[in-house]
Design a protein around this ligand. Structure first.
Ligand SMILES: NC(=O)c1ccc[n+]([C@@H]2O[C@H](COP(=O)([O-])OP(=O)(O)OC[C@H]3O[C@@H](n4cnc5c(N)ncnc54)[C@H](O)[C@@H]3O)[C@@H](O)[C@H]2O)c1
Length: 317
């Protein structure tokens, strides 16, 4: 195993993706310092991370430049994940921009001034808006439709700004629909997974609004964490990369897969409704080319891992 003996600051490292990223980075030989304000993390997961060798947890908020500055001391690299999610951005645009734009600015500004060499930034597939063609490519024109997406896109641009004025090299990763054990329950698609699973656990059929044609590109959190580790250890710089699988799954297909995963003997029920059909499918040519990253966990295996996790934690019936 490579031993860097170097410290990477992971903002939002106690969160869903952050906890998986922390394990990936430790396995690559990094020491991990987490900066997180405990806003949305699972306390039990946070406590178990804090106990690990080579992990230091600092409670602090990216909105406060002095908190960021003190966490940045002695750091070689940064993985910037701290953010408030897309749903909150619609109900509270000011908070969203405060954390996701100004907080991001604090992190990049402090990294540049402290001669940090490397930043990996979590952007989002939502910067594309509703795509006019599939698969979605990094060269497509972004069309952000919420303050969250606007802030994510601005973060990508801010990286270029700071890289020109400092020693920073960087990659921005546009995550698609991340799922897997420990997933939060309030994102649209993860809540669909859980709603369907709860109905199945009660012996009921999943209910699908409209024809279930809305599609997502589901990428397993373990694969996402590995993309972050590979991006951090790579020397490639100045690029935005999609992190998805290149496969779309419709809501109707998802219901079928979940029925299979729990072994239920039911058929989904379709409820006639006007539904806005959006579609997502990543082009992953660029990340393959640049990092040699490939998704390794297919949806069937991935959903089985979610079902197993929910049964173990007692969250599923
Ligand atoms: N989950 C997805 O499908 C997905 C998709 C695209 C992009 N992303 C991005 O990936 C990153 C991680 O997402 P996640 O799903 O793990 O979210 P999460 O909410 O589980 O984790 C975010 C973490 O950031 C922390 N945080 C929030 N506000 C903070 C602040 N002001 N200061 C310090 N810490 C703060 C939270 O406590 C939490 O631990 C985010 O930037 C998110 O926008 C996620």
């Amino acid at each position: 195993m490579k031993k860097h003996d170097s410290t990477v600051l992971v903002t939002g490292g106690l969160g869903y993706i952050g906890s998986h990223v922390t394990h990936d980075l430790l396995a690559r030989g990094w020491r991990v310092r987490i900066l997180d304000n405990y806003y949305r993390c699972d306390r039990a997961v946070a406590a178990s991370l804090a106990k690990l060798d080579d992990v230091e947890v600092i409670e602090g908020d990216v909105r406060y430049a002095n908190a960021v500055e003190s966490a940045m001391q002695g750091v070689e690299a940064v993985v910037h994940l701290a953010a408030v999610c897309i749903n909150k951005s619609v109900s509270d645009p000011t908070e969203s921009l405060d954390v996701n734009l100004l907080g991001t600015q604090n992190v990049f500004d402090s990294a540049a001034r402290n001669s940090v060499h490397r930043i990996v930034y979590s952007s989002s597939a939502s910067v594309y808006g509703n795509p006019t063609s599939l698969p979605m490519r990094e060269t497509d024109k972004p069309a952000p439709i919420t303050p969250y997406c606007t802030a994510k896109l601005a973060g990508e641009h801010l990286l270029s700004f700071y890289a020109e004025r400092s020693k920073l090299s960087w990659l921005a990763l546009r995550f698609f629909n991340v799922y897997g054990p420990g997933q939060p329950t309030d994102a649209y698609y993860t809540s669909v997974v859980l709603t369907f699973l709860r109905r199945l656990a009660a012996g009921d059929a999943p209910i699908i609004d409209g024809r279930g044609e809305q599609s997502m590109d589901f990428v397993h959190v373990t694969d996402v964490a590995r993309s972050v580790g590979m991006a951090l250890d790579s020397t490639a710089t100045g690029e935005v990369l999609n992190v998805g699988t290149g496969t779309q799954t419709t809501v109707a297909q998802l219901a079928d897969q979940l029925i299979k995963a729990v072994g239920a003997d039911v058929q989904p029920v379709f409820r006639p409704r006007e539904v806005l059909v959006t579609q997502r499918e990543a082009s992953i040519e660029r990340i393959r080319e640049l990092l040699g990253w490939e998704p390794t966990i297919g949806l069937e295996e991935g959903l089985a891992s979610v079902v197993h996790h929910l049964k173990t934690t007692g969250e599923l019936g």
